[in-house]
Design a protein around this ligand. Structure first.
Ligand code: TYD
Length: 204
């Protein structure tokens, strides 16, 4: 399962809380993130999240994110799924669909073509955390992580991203669930735990 949403929407906190919730219920959980999640992909991550916003074109980004994802898939995700573990990934291909595919030109077809050739799997469940971009941007920049290349595209970009993620839930209604991220972290975590518990119960 994956978490998606704009920068600063609380995905990382929520993915950690969900991993804890599922582990407490006795599940074998692998918590990971993109870009990154494997050694090679973490190297590529640094190229992507640091530096000047104009450092890469959207097309080059698609190739880099997909290269990182392919390494992550080969080395971590596929083996974990084969071993029967629940993989929780903080961002996955939907981020490429929205960030590179929809906000900086209409590149969605390239994203989808490359995805089907090189990645070829979709998450069973995608939790899209929705919130006001202005609040999220403040939270994101307040962290001062040095990984602000995408936040540095500015507020208008974040508004486009939000629209992109909302559209995504309409494109993939079967596997996506929209979560209101404006409440406190514990409230949001409760909502997510309930959604995931009923998803898992329905599958078993
Ligand atoms: P992330 O570490 O999730 O940042 P944050 O915790 O601030 O949300 O992701 C780093 C940046 O990379 C983020 O701004 C979103 C962007 N990104 C893409 O543009 N395309 C992608 O395919 C992925 C996975 C991330």
């Amino acid at each position: 399962m994956t978490f998606e949403g704009i920068d600063g929407s609380g995905k990382s906190t929520q993915s950690r809380l969900l991993a804890g919730h599922l582990e407490a219920a006795g599940h074998d959980v692998v918590l990971t993130r993109e870009p990154g999640g494997s050694l090679g992909a973490e190297d590529i991550r640094r190229l992507l999240v640091e530096g000047d916003p104009g450092r890469w074109s959207a097309e080059t980004e698609i190739l880099l994110f997909t290269a990182a994802r392919r390494d992550h898939l080969e080395r971590l995700i596929t083996p974990a799924l084969k071993a029967g573990k629940i993989v929780i990934c903080d961002r996955f291909a939907d981020s490429t669909r929205v960030y590179q595919g929809a906000t900086r030109g209409d590149l969605r077809q390239i994203v989808d073509a490359l995805h089907s050739q090189m990645i070829g799997i979709e998450p069973d469940l995608t939790l899209v955390i929705d919130m006001d971009p202005d609040i999220a941007l403040e939270r994101g920049l307040a962290r001062g992580s040095g990984e602000d290349r995408f936040e540095d595209f500015g507020a208008e970009f974040q508004h486009k991203l939000r629209d992109g993620f909302l559209a995504l839930t309409k494109d993939y209604p079967d596997r996506t669930q929209l979560i209101d991220g404006t409440k406190g972290a514990q409230d949001v975590a409760h909502t997510i735990a309930a959604v995931v518990d009923s998803f898992l119960a329905a599958r078993s």
